[in-house]
Design a protein around this ligand. Structure first.
Ligand code: 13P
Length: 335
């Protein structure tokens, strides 16, 4: 393992004004996204859609890396060029989602454990050879009356650290994603409490399993009230809670924190990120605070594309505009 190289890659992913596009939707998730625009989820439609995003002119000004799905890292464009090469030529780092999804956690009613550790060492080697520079693993923590259990937090944190250690062994920067879901009617204080406990457990496991933090990135949720809650916390309160939580839990040796958008509207994802960076600048936080958005970058281009090749330029314009705004927010200069 080359820790200096890992640290260089992690820093490049959170370079000034830049962040990550998460385009690693699993087959089920991309089908849901395509269903919403009445497009069939065929291999060729998935390729055309992602090729459209990756070929957007000027996008490397805002996007440092793209997280791919197993199918995408092997795909070639209509001109026969690999999608990985399209990204690399623009200086965009290709990454890969390596978990195989959140499955029911036995002994619980509705909690999950993320699977995918079996055979991971071999798969990582193959992804490295295919050009990947970084990896992602998403653990899901949900808030309910009785949830999350200590058991769900601990097993997921343990698996995240196993994934991170194996990724570093393969010279791939792990993006560690413990997502506390927005679903539910909980308050912002509850989200703060659960995110805090979860992150502490994750860093405890990363430390135990000898993960070099300078060669990692954290991908957390923002600290935000549940989707169905009456809590009317404003963006500046969301930003205060989020930065306080991260200051409490994330070691200074982590180079960057890249938020997920988690189902927030485009405006929310942008404005909250802006306020987070405004506070972070004042407090001189030790890490970069950037983005690794899926829906927050793709909703607009997806709705413009509609599966029609004639809409490519307009969809690329929509993607460019979302990436530009999110980059400004990541710099604390959107508003
Ligand atoms: P969202 O930004 O849509 O939450 O997706 C990010 C992601 O990669 C989830 O794993």
């Amino acid at each position: 393992m080359d820790v200096n190289k890992l640290s260089e890659t992690a820093k490049a992913l959170v370079a000034p004004k830049k962040g990550i596009l998460a385009a690693d939707e699993s087959s089920n998730t991309i089908k849901k996204r395509f269903d919403s625009i009445n497009v069939e989820s065929t291999e060729s439609n998935r390729k055309s859609y992602r090729e459209m995003l990756f070929q957007t002119e000027g996008i490397s000004k805002f996007i440092s890396g793209v997280i791919l799905f197993d199918e995408t890292i092997r795909q070639k464009s209509s001109d026969g060029e690999s999608l990985v090469s399209i990204l690399s030529k623009q200086g965009i780092l290709p990454g890969i989602k390596v978990d195989s999804g959140a499955k029911p956690l036995s002994g619980t009613e509705n909690e999950t454990i993320t699977e995918g550790l079996d055979g991971l060492r071999e798969r990582l080697q193959e992804y490295y050879e295919l050009g990947a520079k970084f990896t992602k693993w998403r653990a899901v923590i949900n808030i309910g009356n009785e949830e999350p259990s200590d058991y769900a937090i601990k097993t997921n944190a343990h698996a995240l650290a196993r994934f991170a250690a194996l990724s570093q062994e393969a010279n791939l920067v792990p993006i560690v994603e413990p997502e506390v879901l927005m679903d539910g009617s909980h308050s912002i204080e509850k989200c703060y409490e659960v995110t805090n406990i979860t992150l502490r457990e994750v860093y405890y496991e990363l430390y135990n399993q000898k993960v070099e933090l300078e060669g990692t990135l954290l991908k957390p949720n923002m600290v935000i009230p549940g989707k169905d809650s009456n809590d009317s916390s404003n963006p500046s309160e969301i930003a205060k809670y989020t930065v306080k939580c991260l200051m409490d839990c994330v070691p200074a040796s982590v180079p960057g924190i890249v938020f997920l958008s988690g189902g927030q509207s485009d405006d929310e994802a942008t404005i909250n990120l802006h306020h987070i960076n405004v506070i972070a600048k004042k407090l001189q936080t030790p890490w970069e605070l950037s983005f690794s958005y899926g829906r927050g970058l793709q909703s607009a281009p997806l709705k413009t594309w509609l599966g029609n090749q004639d809409n490519i330029l307009l969809a690329q314009k929509a993607f460019h505009s979302r990436a530009k705004d999110t980059s400004a927010a990541r710099n604390g200069s959107f508003l």
